[in-house]
Structure formats: C-alpha cells, structure tokens
Design a protein around this ligand. Structure first.
Ligand SMILES: NC(=O)c1ccc[n+]([C@@H]2O[C@H](COP(=O)([O-])OP(=O)(O)OC[C@H]3O[C@@H](n4cnc5c(N)ncnc54)[C@H](OP(=O)(O)O)[C@@H]3O)[C@@H](O)[C@H]2O)c1
Length: 310
C-alpha cells in the first residue's frame, strides 16, 4: 500500500457505524486520530459500539447521532444537525445497508433495499457535499457496493419492485446503483474544480450481521443456518472486510472514480486493491438517467450548480 492520507483530526461520517464493517472502519479511523460521527439508526446500539471502541482506544473521538436511511426526514434532520455542529467534512463513508430481505417499504414508500442502500445515501451526499466543498484540502465520498452489483440491473420500469420482487435482484440493483452513483458523482466532480473524490468499494464476503437479516425477516431457519455456516467457513472477518473502505479513505494515490475490493479468490477475500467492476456499472447513459430519477424521487438536487450533467 502506498502513502497514507493523513486523517488525524479529520472529520469523518460513517453510516451504519455500530455494526460489522462500519464498526471496523470507525475503529480503524479513530485509531488514526480522526473524529468520527457514527450515524446510526439506533442511538442505543450506536452508544454501545462507541463504548466498545473507547474501551480499546481511550483517546477515540466519537459522536453518535441518529440517522435512519429509511426515512428521508431523518436524513434531512441528520444533515441539518451536522451542518449546525460542524463546518468541515473530510470523509463521508456511505456504508449502511441491508441484504436480501422480504419486500417492505421505507417511510416514503421506496422498496427498502433501494431506499436504504442507495436513495438514502444519495440524499445524504447531496446534503453534505456543500460542507465538503468548503472544507480545506482534499475530501472523499466513499460508497459501499458489493460483488452482487454484477448481478444487478437498474430496472427503470419497476425500480421499486412493485410488479415483481426478488430479494436478491433488489439487493443487486441497489448495489449497482451505489456503484453507478459513485462513478457518476466523480464524473460530475471532475468537471468542477472541487477537490472532492468519489470512490466505490466493496468488502468481498465478510462475516457480519448482514447475512442474518434476510433469513430472520423471512423466518427461514434453514437459510439462517446456511448463512451462519457459510460465514464461519468461507467469509473473512469484518476487520478484513473493512479494509477496502479504509484503503479508499486513507490511500494517498487513489483516484476519484476508483473501485476498491479484495484481491483474492473471486474478489471475496484478500487485501485491498483497485479493481474493475461490471461492464454495466460503467454505462454513463444509465448512470445519468438514474441520477435524474433519484433527484426526482428523493426531492433533492445536488446544490452545486457545477454538478449538472452535460
Ligand atoms: N458483509 C458482507 O459480506 C458484505 C458484502 C458486500 C457488501 N456489503 C455491504 O456492506 C455494508 C455494511 O454491511 P455489514 O456487512 O457491515 O452489515 P451489518 O453488520 O448488518 O451492518 C449494517 C449496518 O447498516 C445499518 N442499517 C441498516 N438499516 C439502516 C437504516 N435504515 N438506516 C441506517 N442504518 C441502517 C445497521 O444498523 P442496525 O445495526 O441498527 O441494524 C448496521 O449498522 C452494507 O452496505 C452491505 O451491503 C457487505
């Protein structure tokens, strides 16, 4: 790995910071001296995670604040609070997510995986980008995708899975949307003189709570057992799975528009490297259309007049 971006005293927002990869990213960046805003949907779980990190790193600088990505009002409230308390944001880690759950909807009626994994982060980024623009030095937006983006397709005819729903197809769509957003944001940023990089990443397969949610919510004990077994046998640890996002936040040679993931077998495990993604993920027309549709759906527009497509 090349030189490190100095994150000491940097302000970092991590969504889903109380569990799995978000927890490990928070712990690692806190160790490097960054101040982390742990954006969690449950304050209780967030405070527990904060205490756990502080036990190992007494000097960790952490703040827990509520963010429910399944409710755009909560996203807006989080951003309002952040802007009133902070005038800088060095790194935004769009990490939180759910996988392959039975169909349900967010507060605003979006299919939950598309709403939480992608649209909530799209809105959050639009609100926080102006703070990043005014922050001195280089800043980064890092968005967590997945190997599952390869199976994803942006189904504009049925984005919310109302006509037909498959938990895995919806997950694939949400993770492809995350990655296309990371790329499209970077393309737009490159046309401005803003010193902001947008980077995509994925953890391979890491044993976290993610794999439990689908089986728990569908009540499938067999799937829960299979996921638990697979996590024990195949998956790498959450600590290893967090490395690509940490690399994207800290490596000084990384470029905007890069995609970071593990370098091992089928990119499921290993050390972080910059790698390619599916052909579909580079489709600029689809990415621009998705951006426009997303702005309409969440009712935000990326404030900077420089960030319009052309
Ligand atoms: N683990 C893997 O192998 C893997 C592979 C590919 C991609 N990923 C991606 O990595 C990211 C992190 O997942 P993980 O593996 O660390 O799973 P995890 O341990 O289940 O953590 C997910 C985090 O997202 C939070 N979250 C869920 N719904 C939310 C909502 N509505 N609003 C705000 N936060 C919400 C969870 O909060 P609660 O604790 O309150 O539920 C938790 O903090 C996800 O985007 C996932 O798609 C993971």
């Amino acid at each position: 790995m090349s030189e490190h971006n100095n994150l000491s005293d940097a302000v970092v927002v991590v969504t889903g910071a109380n569990s799995g990869l978000g927890f490990e990213v928070t712990r690692a960046l806190a160790e490097q001296g960054a101040h982390i805003v742990m954006a969690c949907r449950s304050i209780g779980r967030g405070e527990e995670a904060k205490q756990e990190i502080e036990t190992g790193i007494p000097e960790a600088s952490l703040t827990v604040h509520e963010l429910d990505l399944a409710d755009l009002d909560s996203v807006a409230a989080f951003a309002e609070w952040f802007k009133s308390d902070y005038d800088e944001l060095n790194v935004l880690c769009n990490n939180a997510g759910v996988m392959a759950i039975p169909r349900k909807e967010t507060e605003q009626g979006f299919e939950y995986q598309f709403g939480v994994n992608y649209l909530g982060h799209f809105a959050l980024t639009s609100y926080l980008l102006p703070v990043m623009e005014q922050t001195a030095g280089e800043t980064r937006v890092i968005t967590q995708s997945s190997v599952a983006h390869r199976n994803g397709e942006i189904n504009f005819n049925d984005l919310q899975g109302e006509e037909s729903y498959s938990p895995w197809d919806a997950y694939g769509q949400s993770k492809l949307a995350d990655l296309m957003f990371a790329y499209e944001l970077d393309r737009r940023l490159r046309k401005t003189n803003a010193d902001i990089k947008s980077i995509g990443c994925h953890p391979g397969w890491a044993a976290t709570n993610l794999q439990r949610r689908g089986p728990e919510q569908s009540g499938s004990r067999l799937r829960l057992w299979m996921m638990t077994l697979a996590n024990a046998v195949i998956a790498q640890s959450a600590e290893r799975g967090a490395l690509p996002m940490i690399y994207a936040a800290t490596d000084s040679d990384i470029n905007g528009g890069d995609y970071v993931g593990p370098d091992g077998f089928r990119n499921m495990r290993g050390s972080p490297e910059v790698q390619g993604s599916s052909e579909r993920s580079y489709d600029v027309d689809t990415a621009q259309r998705l951006w426009d549709v997303s702005e309409d759906l969440v009712g935000v527009s990326f404030g900077s007049p420089l960030l319009v497509a052309n």
